[in-house]
Design a protein around this ligand. Structure first.
Ligand SMILES: Nc1ncnc2c1ncn2[C@@H]1O[C@H](COP(=O)(O)OP(=O)(O)OP(=O)(O)O)[C@@H](O)[C@H]1O
Length: 275
């Protein structure tokens, strides 16, 4: 269970990222966080593994304070939190296998890590995880030879081998085309339903949030302005909260971002072919 108690975040330049957030997320929930650009979605998500430090309040995970954890405790807690980013965060020149097995690093000490001494079990875990995301045949491929969607699925495989109970994903489908986005969202769904992982995803697409999440949290200007089951996040309700015109502009901006993502992928493919 994740608990946020009176959580605020003010950045060094005075910008308020989060305003007095009180929130409880139970284990096994599938939550999508929606909201316009600058609403505070990334700030909230990054606070949940302390990539952002909050300036007021406290965050507890399974009863343990993330806010007050010392370095050793934080490392232990982070072992149980997988993080997925919009731009995949893979070591591009490394093989798929090496990127996925790096999800086990939290289980090894520094010298084992330096020597790359992974166990047989971890190599087996890596193969299993890649099978689960349909990429078993890519084990030995260089990560940057894969499409954007495949790279995102490699980063999901990395959280599978990490065996993290909580998976945080910051705009994981923003750079992907609509069909690939559904494939990636289905990976999250399987992890949630079959492995009982808690999933929290920042997402711009309201239709995807409605389709996959069991709970939707809407943010605006650092505050939670909607929190309820996906079925209650109707167009009428969201129009009332955000204003229709603003919301439509946001969807257009999102379409532009998707197009830009596809163009980047095409350029990457051309680049790979040339090489
Ligand atoms: N490192 C930072 N320093 C100062 N201000 C920041 C920083 N990061 C975010 N902000 C500001 O905090 C507010 C919330 O930003 P955040 O990135 O959390 O929004 P978001 O909802 O994730 O937006 P987007 O959908 O565009 O990613 C914005 O006003 C943003 O400009």
């Amino acid at each position: 269970m994740i608990e946020l108690k009176n959580v605020s975040k003010v950045f060094d330049n005075g910008v308020v990222g989060l305003k007095n957030i009180n929130l409880t997320i139970d284990s096994g929930e599938f939550v999508c966080i929606i909201g316009l650009s600058g609403a505070g979605k990334s700030t909230l998500l990054r606070s949940l593994n302390r990539l952002n430090t909050i300036t007021e309040g406290e965050i507890l995970i399974d009863g343990e304070s993330l806010t007050n954890a010392n370095a050793k405790e934080l490392r232990q807690m982070r072992r149980n939190i997988g993080m997925i980013f919009q731009q995949f965060n893979l070591v591009r020149k490394n093989t798929v296998q090496k990127n996925v097995i790096s999800g086990r690093l939290g289980y090894y000490n520094n010298w084992q890590t330096l020597l790359g001494l992974f166990s047989k079990e971890d190599y087996a875990r890596t193969e299993n995880a890649l099978e689960k995301v349909g990429l078993a045949d890519k084990l030995k491929d260089r990560s940057d030879s894969l499409s954007g969607g495949q790279q995102q699925r490699v980063s999901i495989a990395r959280t599978i081998v990490q065996e993290a109970d909580l998976i945080l994903a910051d705009e994981p489908v923003s750079a992907l085309d609509p069909v690939t986005s559904e494939t990636v969202m289905n990976d999250f769904k399987r992890l949630n339903e079959e492995a009982n992982r808690t999933i929290i995803i920042n997402i711009h697409s309201v239709p995807l949030a409605r389709k996959y999440a069991t709970r939707i949290i809407g943010m605006r200007a650092g505050e939670i302005v909607f929190d309820g089951p996906a079925s209650e996040a109707t167009d009428a309700k969201l129009d009332e909260i955000y204003g229709k015109a603003i919301f439509e502009n946001e969807q257009e901006a999102q379409q532009d971002a998707i197009k830009a993502g596809i163009e980047r992928e095409v350029q990457q493919d051309v680049h790979n072919e040339i090489l």
